[in-house]
Ligand binder design. Structure first.
Ligand code: DAH
Length: 349
């Protein structure tokens, strides 16, 4: 074949058609795989359309070679530039896409962990709330006490076992960590004139550590002193209080002894778990011991400068931790103070 016989074409490839086809395909390159196929098809070393068009120059009639060569070169430059531009665009889109993944605003939010009140705080607030409604105010006293307020004025004889170092933490200077909230009774009686209706919440300390005892625990003391207060007032108040705190539980009074009350009694409540039928929690008795109480001993009134022939009163004291344990079924008092988040979350009130 030669150019002279007129059989050699001016252009063996329709370069315009190739360019149109390329442009059409290049307009729709959504991903890397499509881009790669496009690149191989037009610029591939072996079968690439552009290379084949370049190599075909030998078939072009000499008179047209220059023009054809220039046209193939323009096509090659155009395809190369477009393929590169597409690659840059794809990479930019991929980066933007991964940034979008990091910031996927459609994902559900991460809930911040919200704290809750400690079960002992919840129990203390429930108790305080009931007494506030009954007209009581809150009185507080120091945790480091002296012998007079913690023992002597409360009618503990000098050799009473509660004064033993086995029970009491003594601190320097003849002071001690209060073993109960009853000294706040003394402080209140010395500071105010009857009628008095106070509750005294606070921390107390004893040298005791086992499943049911912690060296630090919480009590709430209740004190009512006025003219003409009787044992019936004590009983009525206990019934009103217990019935509210443990929805419908009743009370049982058992004779007991405390140096600062006369007569004294232990107070049991109907077991809130079995309603008094007897269960494992109440050891089958149907009752649970919850607090100590009694009529304020005339000697305590006298120690605080009040005439026992004019004034009388009642008092009771309870362990707040015990109330929390009963409410939430916590068997071990110490687990309330270990700050194990799992327990606190479980009994979140
Ligand atoms: N203070 C006593 C204790 O810690 C509890 C108590 C019993 C308080 C009888 C009282 C009461 O006010 O009348 O064991």
């Amino acid at each position: 074949m030669s150019a002279e016989d007129g059989s050699a074409p001016a252009a063996p490839f329709d370069l315009e058609a190739i360019r149109r086809e390329f442009d059409e395909l290049a307009a729709r390159v959504p991903d890397r795989a499509t881009w790669e196929a496009l690149r191989v098809r037009f610029l591939g070393r072996k079968q690439g359309v552009v290379r084949s068009a370049l190599e075909a120059i030998s078939q072009v009639a000499p008179a047209h070679r220059k023009a054809y060569g220039a046209a193939v070169n323009r096509l090659k430059l155009h395809v190369e530039a477009e393929v590169e531009r597409l690659e840059v665009a794809l990479r930019a889109a991929a980066e933007a896409g991964s940034r979008r993944t990091l910031l996927d605003v459609t994902l559900p939010g991460r809930r911040p962990r919200v704290g809750s009140l400690h079960p002992v705080t919840v129990a203390a607030r429930a108790i305080e709330g009931i007494f506030r409604e009954l007209g009581y105010t809150v009185a507080e006293g120091p945790e480091v006490e002296d012998d007079f307020h913690n023992f002597e004025a409360l009618n503990f004889p000098p050799d009473h076992p509660a004064r033993d170092t086995q029970d009491t933490f003594f601190v320097e200077g003849g002071l001690l960590l209060r073993t109960h909230t009853s000294p706040v009774q003394i402080r209140t009686l010395l500071a105010r004139k009857p009628p008095i209706r106070v509750i005294c919440p606070g921390r107390v300390f004893r040298c005791d550590n086992d499943l049911r005892h912690s060296p630090m625990f919480h009590q709430i003391e209740c004190l009512a002193v006025a003219e003409g207060i009787t044992f019936s007032d004590l009983r009525g108040t206990l019934e009103a209080f217990v019935g509210r705190l443990f929805a419908g539980s009743g009370v049982r009074l058992r004779p007991s002894f405390f140096p600062f009350t006369e007569p004294s009694c232990e107070v049991d409540i109907t077991c809130p778990f079995c309603r008094g039928n007897g269960c494992e929690t109440c050891s089958g008795s149907g009752w649970m011991e919850i607090l100590g109480s009694g009529m304020v001993d005339p000697r305590v009134l006298a120690n605080c400068g009040l005439d026992p022939d004019v004034y009388s009163g009642f008092a009771f004291g309870m362990g707040v931790d015990r109330v929390a344990m009963i409410r939430y079924g916590v068997p071990n008092i110490r687990s309330l103070f270990e700050n194990d988040e799992r327990l606190l979350r479980q009994i979140k009130a």
